[in-house]
Structures are given as structure tokens and as C-alpha cells.
Design a protein around this ligand. Structure first.
Ligand SMILES: Cc1cc2nc3c(=O)[nH]c(=O)nc-3n(C[C@H](O)[C@H](O)[C@H](O)COP(=O)(O)O)c2cc1C
Length: 283
């Protein structure tokens, strides 16, 4: 019978207790989830107890954060920052005093901007210590860019990125003390870009938003499960979803999934501006 890592440590006399790790992630199109699962694999390979859960399911299992001694938080990058649902989640996290932690993000144009820094600061503010930070290349989920072939290609995170994630998981399981690792410094130019595109009012004016057309919407509802912002919701028994523009983060995920083409981007001019902003490196 093959000897397990923890047993081997025990026979070597080095019975270090492996961490109980919990990764909480946000993910609209599944890439951050893949990275989270690869980190879990790495942790488990090194003998840690580890699992990953989507941020919105954590409310159903509130005790899980308390039981973990190593907490990871993962997020996509939206407009050079974590999406609003992740910021809200961080603000509601219970105290992490005394827990080791790590943060990671995915970026579909290799421009994570302030995302890691903000996640890092969020966990430190909850009292976590030794917060480690990494970002991973992923495919581009922003619909206006995706349909024009801008940003990273499909198929990311590839095996190379997932191997990095697994190796990091192994490292996290073994390191008794995580050295404090601040995210790479963010340049002044990136800070200004993040401030510009992170401003919801300005973004609504300049970047494409969403229009829901009834008909052809028949209430099929695929958009509801893809909207992480509760901007599209079904009210009571009404068949047609309600669209709340004020909650919309303009990810346009709903546009990409509606089988009837009932949700469209609200302006071709804004799509053009968004493409130009990509070419100029603003977003
Ligand atoms: C609204 C929106 C804005 C985005 N902004 C950025 C960005 O500023 N920089 C970047 O590198 N990627 C950006 N992306 C790409 C996503 O960060 C990337 O595709 C991510 O891996 C998606 O994660 P998920 O599949 O877990 O939802 C953006 C995607 C969307 C939908």
C-alpha cells in the first residue's frame, strides 16, 4: 500500500498538522472556479483538508469559515477591480483573526489592475495574516471583446496555469508560516484607469449596457442564473424577468447566453468605444 504524505511525515517524526483550507470564489463563466479547484487539488495532494465553495453558497454553510485555518478568496477581474459581488462578500466576511490566508484572481486580458490589492486589503482588514497573492491568465469573458477576438483566447486557464495553481496549493499546504506577500505594486497609470472605468456612472455612459426586448423574450430564464448581480430577476409568478439597470455591472453575460437574442447591448457606439478603450490599454 502506498504510504501517504501525512503518514510519511509521521514516520519521519515530523508530524506537522496540515491545514484545513477553505477557498471561496466568485465566478460567472467558470474560469476562476477551475483555478480554485486546481489549488484545492494541490492542497489535498500535500495532505491538507481542502474544499472550494462559491461565495453565494457560503451563506448556506456559515460554520465553514470558522472551521478553516487557511482561507483563500478568488475572484475574476472586472474593469481592473474585483466585481461588486466580491467586494460585498468581503465586507460581510466574519473575523479572520489568526487565520492564514491567500487571494487570487483571474484576468482575461492579463490586466488584473487593482484586483489582487483590493482582495488582499479586504482579508487583512478582517484580521487574516500572511496573505499570499497570485493571479492567473484566463480566457476573455467580456462579451463585447470576446466576440471581436480581443483579450486572451478561449481555453485558458490551460494546463500550464492549472499546474501553477496546483503547485501553489502544495506550497500553501506545506508552509507553516506564510511569508507576507503583498501583490505587485500597481502603477499610477493603472490606478487612474481603474478609477475611470470603476466609476459606475461614467461606465454606464461610456460602456455598453443591456437592453431586454419583450418579445422575443419568452421568460426562458437562462440569463437569470448567469447574472451574478441580481440585475435580472423573476418576480413572483411573472414569466418575463425584470431588468434592474442600477444593479447591472455591464458584464453582458446575459447577452451571450440568451438563446432568443432577446437581450442585446444597448449601443453600437458604446461597443465601439469599449473596443477603442481596449486598444488604448484603458481596459
Ligand atoms: C465586465 C468584465 C470586465 C472585465 N475586465 C477585465 C479587466 O479589466 N482586466 C482583465 O484582465 N480581464 C477582465 N475581464 C476578464 C475576466 O476577468 C476573465 O475573463 C475572468 O477569468 C472571468 O472569470 P470567471 O470565468 O470566473 O467569471 C473582464 C470580464 C468582464 C465580464
Amino acid at each position: 500500500m502506498p504510504i501517504g504524505k501525512q503518514q510519511r511525515d509521521a514516520t519521519d517524526g515530523a508530524t506537522e498538522r496540515k491545514p484545513r483550507a477553505l477557498i471561496v470564489y466568485g465566478s460567472s463563466s467558470g474560469t476562476t472556479q477551475k483555478v480554485a479547484e486546481a489549488i484545492v487539488e494541490g492542497l489535498v495532494e500535500e495532505g491538507a483538508e481542502a474544499s472550494a465553495i462559491r461565495f453565494d453558497r457560503l451563506a448556506l454553510a456559515p460554520g465553514r469559515v470558522a472551521k478553516a485555518d487557511l482561507i483563500g478568496v478568488g475572484s475574476p477581474t472586472y474593469f481592473l477591480r474585483p466585481p461588486v459581488y466580491m467586494t460585498d462578500f468581503l465586507n460581510k466576511l466574519p473575523s479572520l483573526a489568526g487565520k492564514r490566508a491567500f487571494v487570487f484572481c483571474t484576468a482575461g486580458m492579463d490586466r488584473p489592475g487593482e484586483t489582487l490589492e483590493r482582495l488582499h486589503a479586504g482579508l487583512e482588514a478582517r484580521g487574516a495574516k500572511g496573505v499570499d497573492a497570485r493571479w492567473f491568465r484566463s480566457s476573455m469573458s467580456y462579451w463585447p471583446h470576446r466576440k471581436r477576438g480581443l483579450g486572451n483566447p478561449a481555453g485558458l486557464p490551460d494546463e500550464e496555469q492549472l499546474a501553477r495553481a496546483r503547485a501553489w496549493g502544495q506550497h500553501l499546504a506545506s508552509a507553516q508560516q506564510l511569508p507576507e506577500r503583498a501583490p505587485d505594486p500597481v502603477s499610477l497609470a493603472t490606478r487612474w484607469k481603474a478609477r475611470l472605468v470603476g466609476n459606475a456612472k461614467l461606465r454606464r455612459a461610456v460602456f455598453p449596457g443591456v437592453e431586454l426586448h419583450v418579445p422575443p423574450c419568452t421568460g426562458y430564464g437562462q440569463c437569470l442564473s448567469r447574472c451574478s448581480f441580481e440585475a435580472l430577476v423573476r418576480v413572483a409568478d411573472a414569466e418575463i424577468p425584470i431588468f434592474d439597470r442600477s444593479r447591472c455591472a455591464q458584464c453582458l453575460e446575459c447577452v451571450s447566453v440568451c438563446p432568443r437574442g432577446a437581450i442585446t447591448s444597448d449601443s453600437r457606439v458604446k461597443e465601439w468605444i469599449s473596443t477603442l478603450s481596449y486598444r488604448l490599454g484603458v481596459h
